[in-house]
Design a protein. Sequence first.
Length: 387
Amino acid sequence: MLSTMMVLTSCSYSPYRMSGNNNDAMISTMNDKLDVSASGSLVSNDVAMYPRAVVLQHSGAGVNGRILVDATSWNPAGIGAIYMSTDNGTSFNFLGAVADPLASGGICCTTLFELPIQIGNMPPGTLLWAGSIGQSIKKMTIRMWASRDGGKTWAYVSSPAVAANAGGLWEPEFSVTVDGQLVCHFSDETEQPRYSQLLQEVFSKDGLTWSQRYPTVASTNPGNRPGMANVRQLGPSLWIMTYELCGVGGRYECAAHFRTSPNGANWGPPTDLGILMEDAGARFFAHAPTIAFSPERNLLAMTGQILCQNSNGAIVPGSGATIFVTDPTLKVWTARASPVSVPDARNDPCPNYSSGLVFLDHGARLMQVATDYQGSACKAYHNTINV
C-alpha cells in the first residue's frame, strides 16, 4: 500500500524499464491500477508498448500521407508490430512485423523512422526500425532493420551498437545530420561504474558501418541516468534533443530536459545536463518525454508520463492528460489538453509511458498514441485533436 501511495502522490521515484521476453510477466508486474482505461480508440487488440508514429512524407505519390504506428509487441516472441492508417488516423490495421530472430532473448523500446534523404543504397522513404535486443541473455545489441515497401516487409541491415559486457543498450532513436549522416542515439549502461547510464550517438554514411560512440549527455555524477532521447530538426541549423534525467533524487527525479545542436551532431559539452522544460505554472514532466514538430506551424509539442509541480515534485491535476507546446525559440512552454487521457499515469512501463506524437494536416492536428492497461494487458490508444 505504501508504494502505491508514493506513486500516486510524488514524482520522485526510480525509473522502471521493461526486461525479459515474456509480455505476460511485464504487463502484470505493476498492475495495481485504477479500473479506468485511457480515452481514445484502440490501435489494435494486440499487446502494445512503447508506441511510435510516423506520417510518410518521402515515399512517393499514393503512399505519402499514410500514418504508421510501431509498437513493441509479442506474437508470442517479441516483434515490432506495424500498423497503418489510410484514413488520416481514424482507424488502423495491421500491416507487417519486424520479427528479429534474436528477440527471443528479449526486446524493448522499438523505434520507427522514415529516411528523408538517401543513405547508402537506401533511398528517401526507406523505413528504419530498431530495438534493444537481448536483455534476457545479458548481451545486448541495438539492431536496425529496413523496409522499402512502406512497412510490409523488413530486412536486417546492421547493428549500430553492440554491448561489450552485460550492460544495457536502450531506447534507440534515429536522426539525420546537416551533412547527411544517419545518427543512432541510445542510452548506454556499458560504461559502469563511471556512468550508471549516459546518452551516446553513433554515425553512419551508409547504414552499414557505424562510427565509434560519442557521448551527448554524460554526468560527472556517476549515479545520474540520462536516457530516452528524442531528436527532431527544428530548422536549418537547429536540432533539439529531449530526455529524462534520472538518478538525481528529490523532486526532479527523471524530469524532462532538453539540449540543442546547430548541426544534429554536436550537442556541446556532454557534462551539460540541459534545461528543464516547464510551463508558466512551474510544472514539468517526469519520465519518458517524447516530441513532435510541425515545420508548417513552427510548433513543437512534447509530453511525458507524469506531470509534476516544480516546488515540491508532487503529481498535479492534469497528469496523464497534458501536453506542452512551444516554438523553436524554446522559451515558453504552454500547457494544453492532450489528445489521449490516461487517468492512471504512474511509474510503470505501460500507462502513458513514452507516447508517440505526430502532427497531421500540415500541423493543424496532433495525434497521440498512448498506452494503458485494458485488464491485465497493455494496449495502445490513439486520438487526434486540433492545435
